[in-house]
Ligand binder design. Structure first.
Ligand code: GRF
Length: 206
């Protein structure tokens, strides 16, 4: 049985594309049944449509509150029977009602080595700027299960990259993105193959 996957995005969707490519290559035993973005012009929606995947914009503004916005998202996830939710470059905080409906069934990709450079406000370029400002020598990316705290759930996979002397936030972001494009599809593959076992804070890869 293929796992029914929903993907939430806010931006260009290169992580979404990596998951789409792995599904189409047969590497991931799953089917992407819905892509939702909180940004109407997110290119991620276009990527989904190009691959025949239902793509929808849900407006946080129109919803009126974070609670109503997350209720609307949850209703769509339940409509399509999503069994796994993937946050692929998704900026809004996932509401508690969504996390509670999908315990250890929401996977996020963060562009740093959690627990470093993560938490509220740490997204996109802010992360890489903080890494450079701190003078860290290694950075990378992390996939983890989403719980009710930001960037806090059990770590699934991590990959590291060197921070170069002449790095800018852009050059570091590009190097980290290559790791993201590897570990996100791999984490989704492991989930779909039933190879992730949660043991408290720990996630064992079987
Ligand atoms: C990237 O900076 C990535 O680190 C983070 O979201 C941003 C956009 O990713 N996860 P994508 O190209 O939209 O997948």
């Amino acid at each position: 049985m293929k796992t029914r996957i929903a993907v939430l995005c806010s931006g260009g969707g290169t992580n979404l594309q990596a998951v789409i490519d792995a599904v189409e290559a047969g590497t991931i035993n799953g089917e992407i049944v819905l892509v939702i973005s909180n940004a109407s012009k997110a290119y991620a929606l276009e990527r989904a449509r190009k691959h025949g995947i239902e793509a929808m914009f849900i407006s946080k503004k129109e919803a009126g509150s974070a609670e109503a916005f997350n209720d609307a998202i949850l209703a769509q996830l339940q409509r399509v029977g999503a069994e796994l939710v993937v946050l692929a470059g998704y900026l809004p905080i996932v509401g508690a009602q969504v996390v509670q409906a999908y315990p250890h069934r929401i996977i996020n990709i963060h562009p740093a080595l959690i627990p470093s450079f993560c938490g509220v406000g740490m997204y996109g370029h802010h992360v890489h700027e903080a890494v450079l400002a701190y003078g860290a020598k290694i950075s990378g990316a992390t996939t983890h299960f989403v719980d009710e705290e930001v960037d806090h759930g059990g770590v699934i996979m991590q990959g590291s990259v060197p921070v170069m002397e002449d790095d800018t936030a852009d050059t570091l972001a590009a190097r980290v993105l290559t790791v993201e494009h590897r570990i996100l599809p791999e984490s989704v593959r492991l989930f779909c193959d039933g190879k992730l076992r949660v043991d408290g804070r720990r996630v064992h890869v079987l």
